[in-house]
Write a protein that binds this ligand. Structure first.
Ligand code: TRH
Length: 377
């Protein structure tokens, strides 16, 4: 009998919660032959990442994963061998009762948000006592061997490298998105929340000596982009030029196509959690916008990641990178830091690949979860 897994996901806002859980669910099926149900309270968000899905279906199977609508009125179901509560989403009471009555215990895990902070090493895998005599374990993704690692499919890095070594594949993929890469242009993708720093970055890009093509999937940054262009609105397919800068709005694509977009670009601006990790696997320089938290807790997370990532860079390049990421996350002027980074481009590109290879040496998160279960048995 294959071990059974229930993964619970509440879509708070944005796509990170469903992005991480859907990616994890399909990897557990494809690479570990586990039987996985994914419970999601808002199937519309799931449909954006998996366009073949139907938001009206109470249950549907995609890539071997049984995707269930998490009903507001919970109906009793059999409990699973491993239960993942993603990002503290709180399981239905009746499900927890059923876990407490199970003949063989379920392994109950809370999957936490990603952070590079050092305290994560000491908290990963700790149990906490729950009502009804149950235990819940905290599972932290992360960047060191003492954490649960990062989501990465076994063949991902090899697939990405094959794609990047095949210029025709890149052109064909971009064409399918309606993008014609201009010769000598630097291709940049932009996935971001609203950001007052955007206008200054766009100025810097428009004043570049090299042409820049900026590809922007539709989403929260579009209004800021339209404002800078002097437009009321923007829609997928729209293309506008300002000096050296061409801006093109793209439709929101499937998760797999989003990977290919990151692989196709010379530089990727990403946000949140999942796109941030995928941009690291793309092996290209990146710019991260964190999900803003109360009391600016996200700025500690930013510092913690920069401390790790900056170790592979020279002092001057590290200073330029820190200045750029801080400006982007604090809504400050980006022009000076973007200019400074231009001198460091070869070093920055080499380090992006280095960092990717270093991180890829760690056990990936799906494999770490399966191992955690086997150790627990
Ligand atoms: O959407 P996000 O901002 O999600 C955030 C973060 O996870 C944050 O930590 C969390 O607290 C908050 O949600 C609630 O960014 P993230 O994590 O990068 O998720 C975006 C997902 O969308 C990711 O799986 C990639 C995917 N995506 C596509 O599939 N197609 C696209 O065209 C784009 C732009 C993204």
């Amino acid at each position: 009998m294959r071990p059974t897994w229930d993964i619970f996901c509440r879509v708070i806002d944005n796509y990170g919660d469903i992005g991480v859980t859907w990616r994890l669910a399909r990897q557990l099926v494809a690479e570990h032959d586990q039987a996985v149900r994914l419970w999601v309270d808002d199937p519309r968000a799931f449909c954006r990442l998996c366009p073949q899905a139907n938001s009206q279906d109470a249950m549907q199977i995609h890539q071997g994963v049984a995707v269930h609508q998490w009903p507001s009125e919970w109906q009793p179901v059999s409990t699973a061998d491993v239960v993942i509560e993603a990002f503290g989403c709180e399981l239905p009471d009746a499900y927890v009762d059923a876990m407490a009555q199970r003949a063989r215990s379920s392994l109950w895990l809370n999957l936490e948000y990603l952070s590079a902070e050092t305290w994560v090493d000491g908290c990963h895998g700790l149990p906490s006592l729950q009502p009804r005599g149950l235990h819940k374990f905290f599972f932290f993704p992360g960047f060191t061997p003492r954490t649960g690692g990062l989501l990465r499919e076994n063949e991902l890095i090899a697939q990405r490298q094959r794609f990047q070594q095949d210029p025709a594949a890149r052109v064909a993929f971009l064409k399918h998105l309606g993008v014609t890469p201009e010769p000598n242009a630097r291709l940049i993708s932009l996935f971001a929340y609203e950001n007052p720093a955007l206008a200054s970055w766009l100025e810097a890009l428009a004043n570049s000596t090299q042409p820049v093509q900026l590809l922007v999937p539709e989403g929260r940054i579009i209004a800021d982009l339209a404002r800078w262009l002097g437009l009321d609105e923007l829609a997928p397919g729209d293309l506008h030029r300002r000096d050296a800068l061409t801006v093109q709005v793209l439709p929101f694509v499937s998760q797999d196509d989003y990977d290919r977009l990151l692989w196709s670009c010379d530089f990727n601006a990403v946000r949140g959690e999942d796109s941030f990790v995928r941009a690291q696997w793309a092996g290209r320089p990146l710019l991260w916008q964190l999900y803003p938290q109360q009391q600016e807790a996200h700025l500690d997370k930013l510092d913690a990641f920069l401390t790790r990532y900056g170790k592979g860079l020279s002092v001057t390049t590290n200073a330029a990178l820190q200045a750029q990421w801080q400006a982007w996350n604090r809504g400050e002027d980006m022009q000076a830091s973007w200019q400074a980074l231009q001198h460091a481009w070869p070093e920055l590109s080499a380090e992006a690949e280095n960092w990717c290879q270093q991180q890829a040496e760690q056990t990936n998160m799906a494999a770490a979860l399966v191992q955690f279960y086997l150790n627990w048995l």
